[in-house]
Design a protein around this ligand. Sequence first.
Ligand SMILES: Cc1cc2nc3c(=O)[nH]c(=O)nc-3n(C[C@H](O)[C@H](O)[C@H](O)COP(=O)(O)OP(=O)(O)OC[C@H]3O[C@@H](n4cnc5c(N)ncnc54)[C@H](O)[C@@H]3O)c2cc1C
Length: 421
Amino acid sequence: MELRNWAGNIRFSTDRVHHPETVGQVQEIVRKSRQVRVLGSRHSFNAIADSTGDLISLDRLQPVLEVDAQRQQITIDGGVTYGRLVPRIHAAGFALHNTASLPHITVAGACATATHGSGGRNGMLGSRVAAMEIVTADGTVRTISRADDGDRFAGAVVAFGGLGVVTRLTLDVSPTFDMYQVVYENLPLAQVEEHFDAIMSSGYSVSLFSDWRESRFNQAWIKTVAASKSSDAASAAPTFYGATRATTDVHPLPTLDPATCTPQMGVVGPWHERLPHFRSEFQPSYGEELQSEYFLPRAQAPAALRAIADIRGDVAPLLQMSEVRTIAADSLWMSPFYRRDCVALHFTWRYDWEGLKQLLPRIEERLAPFDARPHWGKLFTIPAPRLQARYERLPDFRALLESFDPHGIFRNTFLETFVFS
Ligand SMILES: Cc1cc2nc3c(=O)[nH]c(=O)nc-3n(C[C@H](O)[C@H](O)[C@H](O)COP(=O)(O)OP(=O)(O)OC[C@H]3O[C@@H](n4cnc5c(N)ncnc54)[C@H](O)[C@@H]3O)c2cc1C
């Protein structure tokens, strides 16, 4: 049976998927493979996870959850999804600092592509990785950690699966907390352009959604840490920079059922049921969709929004919904947030790659003056040399990959194109 990614737009070059249950079995598979890649939950929209040789899925790997309460760290297996993990972290009294919009993806896959949520003070998800256990190209198990490996570790977290099979991750956590979210509707673009910092700092995590049909954001989702179990949100203002507070739960796509979304209306609940937009027990988003996302310096957000607004007549027909988020800088070499606080301009597209092949270069051209970096796991058309010029640590990253994998068994066309070409 042919193997595809979640969106169905990528057909993998092989259907030879191994499902090891132990790290020993992973080592054996790697030793026997000439070309091998690891699969997460296959939610990326490009061929980043593809392989012409073997594929390894860690979905049957023995589950691990070790909690070090003193150090405020957890160690987990390389196959676990956020959906399976987060209730258990919460039950142990701890919290992750952030999540992506959906909990269906694996932690290892998310960290490998610099997946993020929102919040000006929140780094992307991989920014809290403290150590990784990796089965490397010769089948040996190596541990690489922030404490022992310094700068090299900063190259290892966002590595697109190029260092080997991540079988365990250690993450920093904090004591568990409660949150609530409030949604405002019809936020004028002019207000966002004028008050971008104030709007994006009005909660722990803020997301703005626009279909770009008009000069406004259809919704602003504001996620706030709750001081107590009783609803602090009762005091949330009825209006917000010209937008009005929603009177019922909403879905970012107005035609879809809000029951698939995490509770809103200021109802207090645990962090893992408020930080993602979508509930783990439902299929996320629309299903039939493609996605792109670009990251640029936060200070340039108003100008970048104006650049998109100027071509919204071309963007809107192919668009389901666009989302604007903010992400704090980190020091990870291949992270799009390397040493810069960013604004993220995300696009959930209709399933029309032919149309997007025309439109994406236009968007990328408009965002080029801001030195925009694309999401590694989504669709983009920026030529490799231009993209490579935006990553100053790329030569160090190449050297790191070569030292872990001298014969390139973990390389694929994506890595050859964007890292080694
Ligand atoms: C509906 C939807 C919503 C999304 N929302 C967001 C969002 O809110 N924010 C955001 O930033 N992104 C978002 N994404 C993108 C998504 O988070 C990334 O594409 C992420 O990488 C997917 O994780 P995955 O487990 O599916 O990894 P895959 O797509 O399967 O793999 C991604 C990469 O990770 C590598 N990898 C996976 N597991 C391992 C391992 N154990 N060891 C070594 N390498 C490994 C793979 O080889 C590959 O290179 C969304 C995607 C979808 C479909």
